[in-house]
Design a protein around this ligand. Structure first.
Ligand SMILES: CC(C)(COP(=O)(O)OP(=O)(O)OC[C@H]1O[C@@H](n2cnc3c(N)ncnc32)[C@H](O)[C@@H]1OP(=O)(O)O)[C@@H](O)C(=O)NCCC(=O)NCCS
Length: 205
């Protein structure tokens, strides 16, 4: 019963993306667009892949993926930005997501806007996250006029940190933090924070 109503709700919200269009970003290879109901299937499969979710506390069930897609869509409506669905035109309608989100944690560095990414495993190792991340940072600084964008991940997540570094984000040991929602003995609790300021970003252009 719950599954049926959650699915209907998520599908209804995602359909709204076509009624209330949000910003769409383009790179040389990718389109970053609002979500479609057809994204739910590959999104749930990605969130159920233990390799993709290695640095997260748990895999997501289908219901949890639908709830997350629903929250992402609500974020676009509320903020005018969010975690865009990433499409490779002519090849794959949904690689995963890359985008911006207000950080929903109480931490030394909040309030802040973070850039984040998650791609299905078969799309790793081709530069797509970095390419999409660059377009998203450009949108954040040029269109939203943000002063700073952060990114954070478990210390063990080297791949994600390499994306951050390639985007010109930098980290300081003093910014390391313990994720407040993870227990003290959780190996994922130690986190690193990367930042890039608007002035540093513009200076690199
Ligand atoms: C984090 C994540 C998006 C990074 O994916 P990724 O494929 O390593 O990153 P990119 O898409 O930017 O690809 C970069 C890699 O492609 C290689 N590459 C191959 N062809 C390329 C091309 N044409 N252009 C650029 N890079 C290319 C690069 O050398 C680089 O490899 P390296 O890091 O081993 O040097 C991915 O691992 C993921 O989704 N992880 C699970 C979710 C997650 O942890 N999210 C972050 C939580 S904060």
């Amino acid at each position: 019963m719950r599954r049926a109503s959650a699915a209907t709700g998520a599908t209804r919200r995602l359909s709204l993306a076509h009624v209330i269009p949000g910003p769409e970003l383009r790179t040389s290879r990718l389109v970053l667009r609002r979500w479609r109901p057809s994204d739910l299937e590959p999104f749930a499969a990605m969130n159920a892949d233990p390799v993709v979710m290695e640095h997260f506390p748990s895999l997501l069930t289908r219901d949890q993926s639908e709830t997350m897609a629903d929250r992402i869509e609500a974020g676009f409506v509320r903020d005018g930005f969010g975690l865009w669905a990433v499409e490779l035109p002519g090849a794959a309608p949904f690689l995963g997501f890359v985008g911006l989100a207000p950080v929903d944690l109480e931490a030394r560095f909040t309030p802040a806007v973070e850039v984040g990414w998650r791609l299905a495993r078969c799309w790793w190792g081709r530069g797509y996250a970095t390419e999409a991340g660059r377009a998203v940072l450009s949108f954040g600084f040029n269109d939203l006029a943000l002063d700073e964008i952060v990114s954070f991940t478990a210390r063990s997540n080297d791949r994600s940190q390499r994306v951050m570094a390639r985007l010109g984000m930098t980290t300081e040991p003093a910014d390391d933090f313990e994720h407040p929602r993870l227990s003290a003995d959780d190996p994922l609790r130690p986190h690193v924070l990367y930042r890039v300021s608007r002035s540093a970003w513009l200076a690199r252009r």
